[in-house]
Design a protein. Structure first.
Length: 418
């Protein structure tokens, strides 16, 4: 019988498409079969059963299709809005109608759908039929790793983050002058009252020797470096002494240096008698001894009489003679060369200048002088003007081991007026 007039062809076509996919038949054959008598029984279509053998084979395939259809029934039910397989007109196909024998009834096994069934969980599964314990709920907290209250287990930021706590830095030593009871981390700023006991003083680079330019060789120089440590707030008191072995110091020099820096100290003891002398340096801070160092001894020896290499000249007498409107000046010179027993040749530049520092007379004279004897010379110059003031300048040249040498300009201190 035909059911074409009783059904909606559009709906029936959709059903035929589902059954064709489930049974493996062609969609047009399934649709023709349903239009024939409303049942999926191979009564119509290109694959309709004509012979009994073919029908038996179709039944065998139908049994397989029935098993597949039973498996797909929950899906079909969802697609058809809960209408069940009966909406497809396939009740007889599955053998589940009340008119069929009990041997054809089949109840599909229950297949649970596992998942989280808690609607307030992050991973709620609306299709789950059985809860598998996998529900995960949101954990609210601070998710900023830089915050002081960072919660590594939080999954949802709740805006509760607080700024990172910074330790209060300062001096944490209660014995320090600037101890900070609120400080949580020591920053190395602790300050302590200076202690004389902590201060140490070293005396380094010891030197003692004769003064280089001391002709008599009776001067002793003592030099050293003061090296203080932890003495910034103190002065270093120094005592430089000179003594002979077994005797108290004959000579003492007191000085002081700043305790915050290293310093070089030097002192010369002059006119020291002949003998063996030991330099000593004592260092102290606020009366507390810090260092006591003896230097190597040094000798002061008897010296030969010193010999003055420079000739000594002076104008010993100036005589004016005014005759016949002519002024004449005579200058008597005295020259001496100490320690020389031999006659020495020297030259003297004699320059006479007037009151305006103009040169009125200049001439060079040669002299032979003997060291220990006075040697007088008279220079006569005619041409001096009356009532004019003159001064005498002497430049003296003599020959030494280093060659010809010249004294500084010697000005006769007495100015003369004819």
């Amino acid at each position: 019988m035909s059911v074409a007039d009783d059904v909606d062809l559009v709906a029936l076509t959709e059903k035929a498409e589902l059954l064709a996919e489930a049974t493996g038949r062609d969609k047009s054959d399934v649709l023709a079969d349903l239009l024939d008598d409303g049942e999926l029984n191979f009564s119509s279509g290109a694959d309709a059963v004509i012979e009994k053998g073919i029908l038996d084979k179709a039944n065998e395939q139908a049994e397989k299709a029935k098993t597949l259809l039973i498996t797909l029934m929950p899906v079909i039910a969802i697609l058809l809005g809960g209408g069940g397989a009966e909406m497809l007109g396939i009740t007889d196909f599955t053998g589940m109608n009340g008119d069929d024998d009990d041997e054809y009834y089949y109840e599909p096994p229950y297949e649970p759908i596992w998942g989280c069934m808690a609607v307030d969980a992050d991973n709620y599964d609306p299709y789950a039929t059985d809860d598998d314990g996998s529900c995960v709920w949101p954990i609210y907290g601070c998710m900023n790793p830089a915050a002081s209250n960072y919660d590594e287990s939080a999954t949802v930021e709740d805006g509760s983050c607080e700024p990172e706590h910074e330790d209060i830095k300062g001096c944490t030593d209660s014995n320090a002058d600037n101890y900070d009871p609120e400080a949580e981390e020591d920053d190395g700023s602790c300050e302590y009252a200076p202690s004389v006991e902590d201060c140490t003083v070293g005396i380094h680079n010891h030197y003692r020797g004769h003064e280089a330019n001391d002709a008599e060789q009776d001067a002793i120089m003592v030099s050293f470096r003061v090296v203080p440590d932890d003495c910034d707030d103190f002065d270093i008191d120094l005592s430089i002494e000179l003594f002979q072995n077994g005797h108290a110091p004959n000579y003492t020099h007191q000085t002081n240096e700043m305790g915050g820096i290293e310093s070089d100290v030097s002192h010369v003891f002059d006119e020291i008698p002949v003998g063996n002398w030991i330099p000593k340096v004592k260092a102290g801070v606020q009366g507390e001894p810090k260092e006591n160092v003896n230097f190597w001894a040094i000798d002061i020896e008897e010296q030969e009489p010193a010999c003055e290499e420079n000739p000594f000249f002076y104008a010993s007498e100036i005589v004016w003679n005014v005759e016949n409107n002519t002024t004449e000046m005579k200058v008597r010179l005295d020259a001496d060369l100490v320690c020389s027993e031999e006659t020495e040749y020297i030259e003297v530049d004699i320059i006479i200048k007037n009151s305006t520092n103009q040169t009125a007379f200049a001439q060079t004279f040669g002299f032979n002088i003997t060291g220990t004897e006075l040697d007088w010379r008279s220079i006569t110059w005619s041409g001096a003007a009356a009532n004019e003031t003159y001064s005498i300048h002497l430049d003296i040249w003599w020959e030494s081991d280093a060659g010809w040498r010249r004294t500084d300009d010697v000005i006769h201190s007495d100015e003369s007026t004819p």
